[in-house]
Design a protein around this ligand. Sequence first.
Ligand code: SAH
Ligand code: SF4
Ligand code: F3S
Length: 480
Amino acid sequence: MAKEYSKYFTKPSLLDARKRKNEEVSLIDYNNFDLINNFGVNKTYKINTYGCQGNEADSEAIAGILEKLGFTESVELEDADLIILNTCAIRENAENRVFGNLGNLKKYKKNNPDLILGICGCMPQEEKVIEKILKSYPYVDLVFGTHNIYKLPEYLETVLLSKERVIEVFSQEGSIVEHMPKIRANTKKAWVNIMYGCDEFCTYCIVPYTRGKERSRKPEYIIEEVKELIKEGYLEVTLLGQNVNSYGNDFTDLDYRFKDLLNDLNKLDIPRIRFTTSHPKDFDLETVKIIAKGGNLMPYIHLPVQSGSNSVLSKMNRKYTKESYLELVEYIYKYIPNASITTDIIVGFPTETEEDYQETLDLVEKSRFEGAYTFIFSPREGTPAAKYENTLSEETKKERLYELNRKINDGYLLGNQRFENKIVKVLVDGQSKNNSEVLAGYTENNKLVNFKGDSSLIGSIVDVKIYEAKTWFLLGEYIG
Ligand code: SAH
Ligand code: SF4
Ligand code: F3S
C-alpha cells in the first residue's frame, strides 16, 4: 500500500468547476505520448464502472492505457493487483453504492497489501467526496477525476514504483484528448464520444460540475474513429454527449452541427448509428428530417423531459415548455412514423405540487413513450436545487414514482405490441441470461428480443419474426 503523499495532491472545487471561460479548447494527441513503461507486466487489473455511457467509454480508455502498460484484465476482482472504481455522482444512492463497495474492498487490501486501489470518474470531482476518502478510506491509493485519465501512466508509476499516494483532480479543463488507446467492452457495438462536458446547468444536476465545459470533438476525428470501427467489423455506433443537439455550438471556426454529423455518418457503411442524449431545447426540425432519412440512422430517440409541468421545468432550468416538448414529439412521429421515444423523468422535485405531477402524467400519455428511466429527486450538494425547500414527504414521492412507473410500463407494452407478427432486424448480443438455448439482441427501435437460434448468429444482424410481446421484451422466431 502507498504510504506517503506524492507531489500529486490537487483537490477539486465545485465553485471553480462552475466557471466557464472563453479559452480555446486545447487538443492533446495521445499519439504523442510514449507509453514505453511496462511496469504493468505480470500484473492484473479490474475496473468497476458505475453511471452513464460516458463512464463506460472512459473505462474503455482506462483499460486501453493499462493494457499498453502491460497489465492484463483479471477474471476475478479478488485476484486483481489493481482495482479502479469509475464512479457516478448523479444521485445519492449511486454514491452510497460506491462507498459501500470501497468498504468491502478493504478486506482485499488486508489479504493483499500490494493491491492498488483507485477511484476515478465523477465522484472525486466533488470536494466532499475527497474529504470523505481522506478521512474514512485512507487505504485508497489513487484518486483522479474526469479530466486527467490521460495522466494515468505517471500516476501509476508514482503509486507502484515510489509507493506514494496520488490525489489529483482538476476542476477546470478545456481540453480534448484524441487517440487514447481503447479496449472496448463489445466487439460489435461501440461508444463514440462526440462531445464532452455540459453547459446546461439544469438546477438539480451535478454533471456540468463534474464534467466541465462543453467541448465538441472535431468532425474529422469522429469520422476517422467510426471508419476505423467499420474496418474492425463493428455494426453499431452510439454517439455520446450530454446534449448531442448542441454539438458544434462551441466551434469558433467551423459551421458544422449535429445534423451535419448525422448526414455525414449516414453515408458510411455501418448498419446502425444511435445517439444519446438528446435535449428537447436544442432538437430542431432539420435534425428530425435527417433522422427521417433512415438508412443507418436508427428510429429510436431518448428524449428526457424530466417533468410535464411548466412551473417545474422552469425551476429546473430546462428552457422548454410542456407545449414545445409535445410539439417536438409530434414532429418526430410525423416525420419518423415508426419512431420509438423514451424519456427520463424526475418526480418529487422541490415544490412539485399534485397539479404539477398530474401534468407529468398527462404529458406521458400524450407522448406515447415506449419506456423511461424514472427517478426521485436527489439533492446534490453545490447545485441550486439542493437549496430549494423540500415540501414533500418521502411517502408522497414514492407514491408518485410508483404510479408513474405503472403508466410507463403500459407504454412499454404498447410499444412492444406494435411489433407483433412483424419481421424485425436484430443485432444478436449473446445468449439470454436465463436460458442458454435462447439468443438475445436489440431491434432498430432498441427493443430486446429473445429467440431460439444457434450461437453462431451472435454478433450478426438477423431477421426475426415476432410472435409475442411482453412488457420488457419480445419473443420471436429466427427467419434468416
Ligand atoms: N444529459 C442528459 C441526462 C444526464 S443524467 C439530459 O439532460 O437528459 C441522466 C438522468 O438522471 C437525467 O435525465 C435526470 O432524469 C436524472 N437526474 C439527474 N440529476 C438528478 C438528481 N439530482 N436527482 C434525480 N435524478 C437526477
Ligand atoms: Fe445534467 Fe441538464 Fe446537462 Fe443533462 S443537460 S447533463 S440533466 S445539466
Ligand atoms: Fe454519473 Fe457522471 Fe455520467 S455523474 S451519469 S457518470 S456524467
